[in-house]
Write a protein that binds this ligand. Sequence first.
Ligand SMILES: [Zn+2]
Length: 883
Amino acid sequence: MRDAQPGTVYLKDYRQPDYLVDSTRLRFELEPNATLVQSRLKVRRNPAAGEGLPPLKLDGVNLELLSVAMDGAPLAAADFTCHDEGLSIPVDRAEFTLEICNRIDPEGNTSLEGLYLSNGMYCTQCEAEGFRKITYYPDRPDVLSKFTATIIAPRDYPILLSNGNEVERGEIDGDRHFVTWEDPFAKPAYLFALVAGRLEKVEDRFTTMSGREVVLQIFTEPKNIHKCAHAMASLKAAMRWDEEVYGREYDLDIFMIVAVDHFNMGAMENKGLNIFNSACVLASPETATDAAFQRIESIVAHEYFHNWSGNRVTCRDWFQLSLKEGFTVFRDAEFSADMNSRAVKRIEDVSMLRTAQFAEDAGPMSHPVRPDSYMEISNFYTLTVYEKGAEVVRMIHTLLGPEGFRRGSDLYFDRHDGSAATCEDFIAAMEDANGVELQQFRRWYSQAGTPILEISDDYDAKQQRYVLTVRQSCPPTPGQPEKQPFHIPLKMGLLGADGSALPLVAEGSSEGEINERVLEITEAEQSFTFENIAEQPLPSLLRGFSAPVKVRYDYTPAQLRLLMRADRDAFNRWDASQRLAFGAMAQLQRDFRAGIALQLSSELVEAYRSVLQQEGLDPALVAEMLTLPSAQTLAEEAETIDAEAIIAARKFAEHTLAEALYDELLATYRRLNHDKPYRPVADDIAERRLKNTALAYLCVTERKDALALAEAQFVAATNMTDSSAALAALVNRADDQCAEAALQSFYERWKEDDQVVDLWLGLQSSSPQRGTLGAVRALMLHPAFELTNPNRVRAVLGTFANRNFTQFHQPDGSGFHFLAAQVIALDKLNPQIAARLVTPLTRWKKYRTGPREAMHAALQSVMASGQLSADLYEVVSKSLKTD
Ligand SMILES: [Zn+2]
């Protein structure tokens, strides 16, 4: 909580730290409400920071200060200043040892930042600014120090962990013990970690490319110890991949992962001791879906990859967050693409980007990949910094090619190993290693908003010449009314009338025949001419989603069907299916508003039928092509969001498709519904995905036969993917009694398993049928629900507000006011989660009148509710601003 309006921090105000900390010795005596923290810092004046000896400023929040000593001499209270945000200590020497003793309350810490208790286990979360809730310290990423930590705890906490290598352990006065950990690598405080608890572990080994043996350990509560195998296999695959693709080897003798139940994020890359949200590490075929298996694989890899992109080379300041996150998300996406279906991975990532990141770009919190300012840095762990940041790195990869990119990443790691770097350093390494210039490309880091490419073309049959004209623009965003042109790689090809690839010969070029090109768009308007084009071509644009932009090109439905059938780029085949569906749904929305009887485009129905009948397609790709754009995606694309029309259009389209394609869907379901032992591997996942997509459609008809298939699958399922898909089909379609019985039996079977209970809660909250406001209120009273557990909050409240478009957008505005009330309550416990949960309301300006005023009023009620945390204040105040 704050006393006054929170201040704003600006990138332009960055200054080097006045003092460096060469070593940090920590000693913890763990007690639930009174943990004693002692630190001993070797401090020295930073020679690069200027002349003189300014006071030493240390960050500290919610700490009970007990004592401070400099070079062994205790300081009196009058010798320094202690305030709400930390300490200021006058300094008279260039080098000294500082000793501080303070007390903290881990049990009372519900913000889950700093040191806290989760189900009786101590753990830490220090990124971004959590270390200041543990002890007074220069809590900024550009102060790197060698840490040693001694943890003292009662003997019934047998496992005591921190970063690096264990160097000592022993007894203290009979009923307590201690372990000392030493991390040989200098690191900023945000990478510090501590864990203490009654945990069990699984252990494995990995031999690095230079032949060193590394011990791998995963710690969990004893009841979950059988659910670690997949995470361990994923870790080993990631270690091998990073050696092969980036030449990066692990550097400590031990690598540990700990699963924690109460966690604000997915996982945290603390040096040598990753701390994970249980949901992102624990899996077994009986309890985890395919999606969970894949998510675990990618998150384990992501955190592991941070050992180089984040830990060995860290960020100079938090404005540079995308330096480690954008790069690491790109790395984990490529890893997942190599492990699974590349096209489907790309489709999933782009769907999320288009739905949620594009909405962020167009909303009140819009910011560049490298923000210029923030009130609360926790609010900037965003899709823009992570996902769009990864797209920016991907564009560099596209422009330089894999070898060029590798030369650049090698130089970047070599140059900046053991130090704190900036986004600018990353680009400079890419330039220097390749002898190229990316000056204009840097605008991706400084300009917010989603660029729009308007593309038109002209074919001259006589000259056999084809001209493609590209106009780029970018809508204004808060603080950035005008944008300069971006440097955009546009990957494209041309198709002939029969779907074959046409050769792309650029005007005046003597190079050989190629079928695909990356056009570099750098100007506001630019034309590209191709020669010797024998027939009117059909352009396939932005293949593989080569840039995070919106492409406007006037395709006819027939052209989209040709792309769906014949484009050699799998991503663009899917994209064509989405464009076709978008067009059909836009028409339905207009007809709904005009009061005209709805009729679905027969082009869309027949296109879906062809997809179901076409042989040799990846079943996962088929499933994606058959999936209508979500209500959220339709909302993002709309100029003004008409929730009622979107809901009506989507429901009508789904019903029409399900009825028209019933036989084909049934045949697909039967073909894929075979008994096969469960394996979470790409081919099997793809088959289950298509099978369950077909099942969901079949059940939309509410025909008895279809619901019987779902019931039979629910009873017979031997894995959670099939079981939960059948349950979802029943919950969304079947009569109440049948759905209720299935929900009950599912809960009775799995009530001891936290991950499955989250899934069970989410299924109900997201159901357009059953997830009414009343039902969601009832779920909050269920014994399994806890407002202090972020996974539960996300499963019930996050799912309702973000994924249950129908019920959340009830015309009376009740959903909005309900969410506002929950956000207010949550802010007192966990500001980070509250600030995230409020997001759907922040889009109020885009809605049509009615919902717009209701959302606005709900937001205002949050603002008027009293003293808000800095996290929530920033999001709500920026959202209420009218320009
Ligand atoms: Zn990360």
